[in-house]
Design a protein around this ligand. Structure first.
Ligand SMILES: [Zn+2]
Length: 66
C-alpha cells in the first residue's frame, strides 16, 4: 500500500519510466511523455527541445525514433 509502481510504457512496454505529474509519466527508452486520462485512455506526447508537448499517435512515436 502506498508503493509507487512504475508505469509500463504503452509504446515499448518497458518499465523504464518516471512520474512527471499527476497521471503523467516519461519513458526514458522512447523519450516521450504519456498521460492517463480520466477515461483511462493513454495519450502520448513528444517533447520538443523547448519543452513543449506535441500529441502523437503510437505509430508516430515509432517513426520519430527512426
Ligand atoms: Zn517506451
Amino acid at each position: 500500500m502506498g508503493k509507487v509502481m512504475s508505469m509500463r510504457c504503452p509504446v515499448c512496454e518497458e518499465k523504464n519510466t518516471g512520474r512527471v505529474g499527476c497521471r503523467q509519466y516519461y519513458c526514458w527508452n522512447c523519450l516521450i511523455e504519456f498521460r492517463i486520462t480520466d477515461s483511462s485512455e493513454t495519450k502520448l506526447y513528444y517533447v520538443e527541445a523547448d519543452g513543449s508537448l506535441i500529441e502523437v499517435e503510437k505509430n508516430e512515436v515509432k517513426e520519430l525514433q527512426l
